[in-house]
Write a protein that binds this ligand. Structure first.
Ligand code: PLP
Length: 425
């Protein structure tokens, strides 16, 4: 496969953009590749600047549950653009999308739109602190909640500890109220709450972890978090930036039957445009300015083009059987994939239409398990698939996605290729 123009584009980009990319994983360093430069995408096919085509299982990190460039979404967006692209003044479309979100997600009584998942989580945490008048936020190792200073924390496993940031440029004091615990560890949560429960503003988590690869929560874990936060007057925040509108219209919370106080959404909700949202109980959300003392704002928040894209996307997802069909297709794929990896020291974690292959011989339940997996073997796997024109998420610690756009024939073909590649590496 020739990738001459991608290489040229990369070299050029590096002159002007740090590392040539606007978000680090795109550089493909962890899988020992140079980045692809994409010219266009349609359905499940990416076309790079050299004209190579790839079947996409990253789908802009889970955004395109309908496939790229869905004709109806494109049409809605084109129509919106005709009317101007931003006003900084309210529109009917904002209420329309807000209503769709409130109807889809029972825990959300009020919602506010922002432009990125990072912003959504950051704002949810601010309002949680404003509501509880407490400072401490509890998160979990390996869960990603965007790149706000106080959330870039990776704690050592085992004991709760005040931990430093995983990024340079973040003063230690900025993370002193962020505690990180091992995912799926009920005991660690209980111990921490016994000690400091009355100082904890909120517990935030990915209700299915996706940013360390797919890691499924145990029922006990989610149930404990709901009970213990309620007991101590702390809030429970679900970061559903990936799982929202992915695991069903009501996200992971609907699937597991747990009602968080606040939720963050992103990715799918903008249908490919920079829109995200946070929402939850009205008594908490009404603390936001202009009603209350918690400040939060955004020049392009609720942007009319992004709203049009989101409205059309969620409307299509609301059609009867959308998720059932996607799930059936995903289950067939995953069952065959499971068969292929048998006795190959590979673990497949999956739920609904999201999955990760871990090159490990042991169960993957938390970040420590994830870190024990063989990232070199994953990198090789990624590179071999790329040679075969298949683009999965380019990190051992990310989720890949199946979309409504993938056809059964396409998936069958991909499975045959994966089988060939796995036997080779
Ligand atoms: C992608 C993601 C974010 C950050 O969203 P951005 O739009 O990249 O800022 C936050 N939380 C989770 C769970 C995510 O997957």
């Amino acid at each position: 496969m020739q990738r001459i123009l991608s290489e040229k584009a990369y070299n050029e980009a590096c002159n002007y953009i740090p590392g040539g990319v606007n978000s680090p994983v795109r550089a493909l360093r962890s899988v020992g590749e140079a980045p692809l430069f994409i010219a266009k995408a349609d359905g499940t096919t990416l076309t790079d600047v050299d004209g190579n085509q790839f079947t996409d299982f990253c789908l802009s990190w889970g955004v395109f549950i309908l496939g790229h460039n869905h004709p109806q979404v494109r049409q809605a967006v084109n129509k919106a653009i005709e009317l101007g692209t931003s006003y900084g003044i309210p529109t009917l479309q904002e209420t329309q999308l807000a209503k769709l979100v409130v109807e889809a997600v029972p825990s959300v009584e009020k919602v506010r739109f922002v432009s990125s998942g990072t912003e959504a989580v950051m704002s949810a945490i601010r309002v949680a602190r404003g509501f509880t008048k407490r400072n401490i936020i509890v998160k979990f190792d390996g869960n990603y909640h965007g790149h706000a200073d106080h959330l870039l924390v990776s704690a050592g496993s085992g004991v709760a500890q005040l931990s430093g940031s995983s990024s340079s440029g973040v003063p230690a004091d900025f993370t002193k109220y962020t505690l990180s615990l091992p995912y799926n560890n009920v005991e660690a949560v209980k111990v921490l709450f016994e000690k400091q429960g009355n100082e904890i503003a909120a517990v935030i988590l990915e209700p299915v972890a996706a940013n360390m690869g797919v890691v499924i929560p145990t029922d006990e874990f989610l149930k404990t978090l709901r009970e213990i936060t309620t007991k101590y007057g702390a809030l429970l925040i679900f970061d559903e930036v990936i799982t929202g509108f992915r695991l069903g219209l009501s996200g992971a919370q609907g699937r597991f039957g747990i009602t968080p106080d606040l939720s963050a959404f992103g990715k799918i909700i903008g249908g490919g445009f920079p829109a995200a949202a946070f929402g939850g109980r009205a008594d908490i959300m009404d603390l936001l300015a202009p009603l209350g003392p918690v400040y939060q704002a955004g020049t392009l928040s609720g942007n009319p083009v992004a709203m049009a894209s989101g409205i059309q996307t969620i409307s299509l997802l609301s059609e009867p059987d959308f998720y059932t069909n996607l799930e059936v297709k995903s289950n067939v794929f995953v069952a065959e994939l499971k068969d292929i990896i048998k006795r190959k020291d590979i673990v497949l974690n999956h739920i609904g239409s999201m999955f990760t292959l871990f090159f490990s011989d042991d169960e993957i339940r938390n970040f420590d398990d994830v870190k024990r997996s063989d990232t070199d073997r994953f990198a090789k796997f990624f590179r071999e698939l790329l040679k075969e024109n298949i683009y999965i998420s380019p990190s051992a610690f990310e989720a890949s996605f199946i979309s409504a756009g993938h056809t059964n024939e396409q998936l069958e073909k991909v499975l045959r290729t994966i089988k060939k590649v796995i036997n080779k590496i």
